[in-house]
Write a protein that binds this ligand. Structure first.
Ligand code: GLU
Length: 489
């Protein structure tokens, strides 16, 4: 599935914002540096983007030559490979690519994923090209990056992002294999591939699933919940979601089907569809796929004023589309008590300051949407090991389960009910293991964020805490490499 770009034209409109996306991310680092008393010189080193390459390449399309522009930005290489998504969209530019690469570094650091941060982008309006043309363009771009070392299992590993999916990743992997057939780890040159082509079960929905796990973890802690003023329990919470692409769709689907939240509004490019009783996410997605928009969806009321719906009365707002959607111009009017950043950078620096002053709780992007890269990490290690997870122990676990159950039944002289028997005896599938690793990552990262706040009274929001953790970890590895002065607590 491909992420749907939402109101792309808004991204480059400055509106009331006084800084670019990249400057906003850098200001977030500065704020965390100041609050936690970290060394500003170290912060300078951390903020700098290590390398960025711009590539212009021609492709012959329908009897004429078109020159495309793309970027690959490597923000940090303290750990390798540098990891990040490859975005295909009309608005892609260098500032955005560098900002997103920096977010990848911080995201990997706080979740303890041993990768550096990178991001790629291709400026393209995908809707204008056929599948065959897209394949040709993707392969050419991949070729240009790979032959310069910007796609490689050991150094730079792209993944799906907005406008790309397992389809593009499989094309890229195939291009890499053609160029480097002798590389025994060639499958690991990209993640997010189709499962049949070296991917891992659970990667497609990983970011949405991670959003769900993050919210579940937040709701497990009454003292955290009380900061937001929300009632106990996810069931019945009124949720507005912006963007029904891969991330938004899976987050909304899991939350509504498994946690029983009410999705009262879905904002898309052509407007918003509303239903106070809760929308059927699957049906809205179907309608979107068939018609290209939410207009005319029979299960809800439609309005063309999508952006206004960000300000509507609700409990939880999940921006899952593009960056800079909540900005200095609308932050004052947001009514949600909790914002979960499923997209990268949906709240600008200035909006973040306004929302913090107003007491709106934010689960920040570098935590809330880290599920994608977490499962990418699992896929990459699986590719390097050349073996699926669980292959060695699954049947052994089943056997052990049967032995335990048999012993228990003998001792009690009672038979376990069939449902329970299946659950006890069953060995974990690869998807079970992926989900368990993802859930564990989301829980332990949130614990670390909470601990950081508890230990430092000057920090009172999750974003600053997350940045402090990331900066400390990056500073430590730069120190180990002799690049900066030793970190102080
Ligand atoms: N594009 C995703 C992100 O922004 C995933 C990156 C990856 O898996 O490397 O986090």
């Amino acid at each position: 599935m491909t992420d749907i770009a939402y109101r792309e034209h808004d991204v480059n409109n400055n509106r009331q914002e006084s800084m670019s996306f990249l400057e906003g991310v850098e200001r977030m680092v500065d704020r965390a540096t100041l609050v936690a008393g970290l060394d500003p010189d170290t912060a300078k080193v951390i903020k700098a983007c290590d390398a960025v390459i711009q590539i212009k390449f021609p492709v012959r399309i329908r009897h004429s030559v078109k020159v495309f522009t793309g970027w690959w930005a490597v923000h940090s290489t303290h750990r390798l490979p540098a990891k990040g998504g490859l975005r295909f969209a009309r608005h892609v530019n260098q500032d955005e690519t560098e900002a997103l690469a920096a977010l990848m570094s911080y995201k990997c650091a706080i979740t303890d994923i041993p990768f550096g941060g990178a991001k790629g982008g291709l400026r393209i309006d995908c809707a204008r090209y056929s599948v065959d043309e897209m394949r040709e363009i993707t392969r050419r771009f991949a070729q240009e990056l790979a032959r310069r070392g910007f796609i490689n299992p050991a150094t730079n590993v792209p993944a799906p992002d907005m406008g790309t999916s397992y389809r593009e990743m499989s094309w890229i992997a195939d291009t890499y294999k053609t160029l480097f057939p002798e590389d025994v780890n060639q499958d690991a040159c990209v993640t997010g591939k189709a499962v049949e082509r070296g991917g891992i079960p659970g990667r497609t929905e990983a970011t949405g699933k991670g959003v769900q796990y993050a919210l579940q973890e937040f709701f497990r802690h009454p003292e955290e919940l009380s900061k937001s003023g929300l009632d106990d329990g996810l069931a019945g919470q009124r949720v507005v979601i912006q963007g029904l692409g891969n991330v938004g769709y899976h987050a909304a689907k899991f939350l509504s089907e498994e946690d029983k939240v009410k999705i009262i509004a879905i904002i898309e490019r052509d407007g918003v569809v509303l239903n106070e009783d809760g929308l059927n996410v699957h049906d809205v997605r179907q309608h979107l796929a068939e018609t290209g928009g939410v207009k005319g969806f029979p299960g809800g009321e439609y309005s063309e004023h999508g952006a206004d719906a960000l300000e509507m009365d609700c409990d939880i707002l999940i921006p899952a589309a593009l960056e800079s959607q909540i900005h200095a111009g609308n932050a004052m009017h947001i009514k949600a008590r909790l914002i979960v950043e499923a997209a990268n950078g949906p709240v600008t620096y200035e909006a973040d300051e306004i929302l913090r002053d107003r007491g709106v709780v934010i689960l920040p992007d570098i935590y809330a949407n880290a599920g994608g890269v977490t499962v990418s990490y699992f896929e990459w290690t699986r590719n390097l090991s050349h073996m699926r997870f669980g292959r060695l122990q699954r049947r052994f676990d089943e056997l052990r389960g049967m032995t335990y159950l048999g012993a228990l039944e003998n001792m009690t002289e009672k038979q376990a009910p069939p449902g329970l028997r299946t659950e006890i005896v069953r060995g974990a599938s690869e998807l079970d293991l992926v989900r368990s690793g993802l859930d564990d990552t989301m829980r332990s990262t949130f614990q670390e964020i909470r601990d950081t706040i508890k230990r430092n009274p000057a920090i009172n929001d999750y974003r600053t805490a997350a940045y402090v953790i990331a900066i400390r970890k990056l500073a430590q590895s730069y120190y180990d490499l002799g690049l900066v002065a030793p970190p102080t607590e």
